[in-house]
Design a binder for this molecule. Structure first.
Ligand code: SAH
Length: 367
């Protein structure tokens, strides 16, 4: 695990319980300090070591000198008419990611980012157009939850987390796993594994590793039922084609009781929304315990696609439904503040120079 050193102090938000235990053992103390610390930080919301009264004076002094508890800062807040809130969170060096809170009557879902930008180039996603800067460290991932819950206060609780913000979480494996462990740790946020969802575009080797180390719900951004189309929409498919992806999904589902995979499918007019596309999808999913979530495409500046019309989306849903596949249509939230799926952009100092490549391509196309 990579501890962030934004001061010369060790940030304790960079450790999950195992990491904290190792930290205390290394400094000659007892592993159970990890539990005490987690409770203070995440359950009591205390970030001043002097207030941690069950720690010895000597330990408190040591922690004060060498450690800190530092979450990234929320610098802009936008509130949508439906109550959705979007925060720009400062990650240093001109980089910001976005975190979204979606309140519903029976739950509050936080959509968390895992990277500054994204290294993948899905053609329908606005984060992709931003290019990539770096992986977030553990404190920056769990820190989005920490900062959000503090901002929301006691009356609005975060009950669910979806790793569906900016970035591909499985390309930041260790840090994302440690942060998800903290989300589910009883001494931290104590969320059940059904309430923590990781979403991936299909990084097959990492999907295979994941079920060995961490038990969370899995969503796969499928979007196409043939390699030909998926190669285009989700280019990582060229590396891990559908056959491999589906095998990884079956294995993930098999690794736990009553597990299914949620397949996300963005509805793009005239691209992936025909009767034949539905047929192909039904066939593809026939051997995987699955649920499908249809996402109406959310446009962004310069996007080349349009959302399928409502009638087409309903028909597509009914086709899947009639084949016995549980299918929902994702309600678009936070539309008036660009907080919906695929609209998170933050501010990315693009090291991949993707935005330049895209500009050149656009210029070439324009003649
Ligand atoms: N990289 C991960 C996590 C991002 S999750 C993944 O691909 O799963 C964001 C979800 O929103 C993904 O399912 C993504 O495919 C979808 N999405 C991206 N752009 C979108 C857009 N413009 N409209 C609707 N959904 C979009």
């Amino acid at each position: 695990m990579n501890a962030s050193v934004n001061t010369d102090k060790v940030n304790l938000l960079d450790f999950d319980r195992e990491g904290l235990k190792a930290f205390f053992v290394e400094m000659g103390d007892k592993p159970f300090r990890a539990t005490q610390l987690l409770k203070w930080i995440y359950q009591e919301g205390v970030d001043d070591f002097d207030q941690m009264t069950n720690l010895s004076k000597a330990l408190r002094t040591y922690l004060k000198e060498h450690c800190c508890i530092k979450a990234p800062e929320i610098i802009v807040e936008q509130k949508a008419s439906d109550g959705t809130r979007k925060w720009a969170v400062q990650m240093g060096c001109g980089n910001r990611v976005e975190t979204v809170f979606i309140p519903e009557s029976n739950r509050g879902t936080l959509c968390v980012s895992s990277q500054v930008g994204c290294a993948l180039a899905c053609t329908f996603c606005s984060t992709a157009q931003q290019g990539f800067n770096r992986n977030l460290n553990v404190s920056e991932i769990i820190g989005q939850l920490y900062a959000a819950q503090r901002r929301l206060g006691a009356e609005q609780k975060i009950t669910n987390v979806v790793m569906m913000g900016m970035g591909e979480p499985l390309l930041n494996f260790d840090n994302v796993v440690a942060a998800m462990n903290l989300m589910m740790d009883d001494f931290c946020y104590g969320l059940s594994k059904r309430r923590v969802t990781i979403s991936t575009s299909g990084v097959v080797p990492a999907m295979n590793r994941l079920h060995e180390v961490c038990d969370v719900s899995m969503a796969v951004s499928l979007h196409a039922a043939s390699d030909k189309l998926r190669d285009e929409l989700v280019p990582i498919n060229q590396k891990y084609p559908l056959q491999q992806l589906m095998q990884a999904c079956r294995d993930y589902a098999k690794a736990g009781p009553r597990r299914h995979i949620t397949f996300e499918y963005v509805m793009l007019a005239g691209i992936n929304d025909s009767a034949q596309d539905a047929k192909d999808l039904i066939r593809l999913l026939s051997h995987v315990p699955s649920k499908v979530n249809l996402i109406p495409f959310n446009p962004f500046p310069q996007s080349i696609y349009q959302c399928s019309d409502e009638q087409t989306i309903l028909q597509f849903r009914d086709r899947l439904h009639n084949a016995g596949i549980v299918t929902t249509i994702r309600k678009t939230r936070g539309e008036d503040i660009d907080a919906a799926c695929g609209q998170l952009v933050g501010q990315v100092d693009d090291k991949s120079r993707r935005h330049l490549k895209l500009q050149q391509m656009a210029l070439k196309k324009a003649g």
